[in-house]
Design a binder for this molecule. Sequence first.
Ligand SMILES: NC(=O)c1ccc[n+]([C@@H]2O[C@H](COP(=O)([O-])OP(=O)(O)OC[C@H]3O[C@@H](n4cnc5c(N)ncnc54)[C@H](OP(=O)(O)O)[C@@H]3O)[C@@H](O)[C@H]2O)c1
Length: 422
Amino acid sequence: MYQPSLTDLTEPAKLRVGLIGFGCVGQGFHTILSQLPEAELVVARIAVKTPGKARPLPAEQFEFDAHALVQDPELDVLVEVIDDADEAFQLVSAALRLGRRVVTANKAMLARHLNTLLRLELDYGGTLLYEAAVAGSIPVLRTLDSYFGSEPLLALRGILNGSSNYVLTRMSEEGSDYATALAEAQRLGFAETDPALDMAAFDPRSKAVLLAAHAFGTLVHPERVLNLGIENITPADLEYAAAQGKKIKVIAEIRQAGPGSVSLAVLPRLVDAQSPLYAVEREMNGIELEAAYAGSQFLRGKGAGSFPTGSAVLADVRALQRGQRYEYSKLGADDRPRLAPNLETEVYLRASSAEALEEVAQWLELPAPNGQHFLTGTVRLEALLARRDALREAGVFVAGIGEIQPAALPVASIQEAAVLAA
Ligand SMILES: NC(=O)c1ccc[n+]([C@@H]2O[C@H](COP(=O)([O-])OP(=O)(O)OC[C@H]3O[C@@H](n4cnc5c(N)ncnc54)[C@H](OP(=O)(O)O)[C@@H]3O)[C@@H](O)[C@H]2O)c1
């Protein structure tokens, strides 16, 4: 039976938080805290960048040297939610060198520097948590890290970018064109200032890199991962999918590709109604996990926005308060899988003219399109990655229509892929 003790009756000291960044995420976190006075947390200092900017709190609550917060021993936890990945890396790595407890939401910074940050965490005894960086309010990292820490995963598929998903929903449900749907996403505050991060799938690529580390123990630099986006999509592409009873969704997929290897790619794909991702619309995110013993599971929720990300930051701060850290048990395994080379998938490709498509078919060694504006064929992921920017500039839209799998014919040599990438 529960016996109250003296320690239950003494008021616990409030954890002092240093908040770096007071934009969408920082304000969401701050507002949530102000509505939960029992949360045993207090934001003791706030650093921002621009003096004189209008803010919802009195000006004297803001300061402009974030490094001063990193150095302040009176702060128990640092929350880094700024929009500058390079500066975020400087701040977070300096904090970890001091053995501090840090929460960040900066996926681009994390994906690029995960290896270094993990090293600093180990060497100096600090802790870094970053649930908000992957799918906003969806607690996927802690699910992977604690619940699936030992069980092998077979695959993980996710819609991880609310802005591009919003654009796709608007286009398919309301027949909007791409530019109109994107302008609406920006007006509603879903899209990043630089729309390429969302629409060209750089943002979900960073998230997929973080998921690969937690789900499979695979550490990979984001630039090695194929990311294709939707900037060139037209209603004709959605009609092509709809004629087959499918939708186009930008899917980040990580899956076992063979012994000791995983495939990892982010690209628009035709999704059928049996997939739980089919029904993930507008700014929502969704993640399907296929585990070796638990079977299939699906997580769905708000992937961005002030309160959903503020909620994830709060959950991480509370986890730090309880002394929790990621176990990274799969990263510690000797047989952690590598990124598989020599993968292929069947794609649908559409260009604005038959001539443009003819040229693209040559680049990718596909059969000539016979005067059509679109073609389907099997291509290697390395070839798509090497031609990614050229395809985008040529106005080509690419969508996966099959599984990603080991290529039937081996690549002639690794050098061939390197030549393509040059
Ligand atoms: N928005 C989302 O839904 C969402 C979701 C998941 C993850 N994230 C990530 O969370 C981070 C923050 O995003 P956000 O949307 O909140 O950005 P934001 O609205 O643009 O706000 C950025 C904040 O960072 C401050 N800042 C920038 N450089 C700084 C520096 N050197 N020192 C101190 N403060 C600095 C800015 O100061 P000023 O106010 O003075 O300009 C501003 O308050 C990003 O890494 C983003 O990718 C965002």
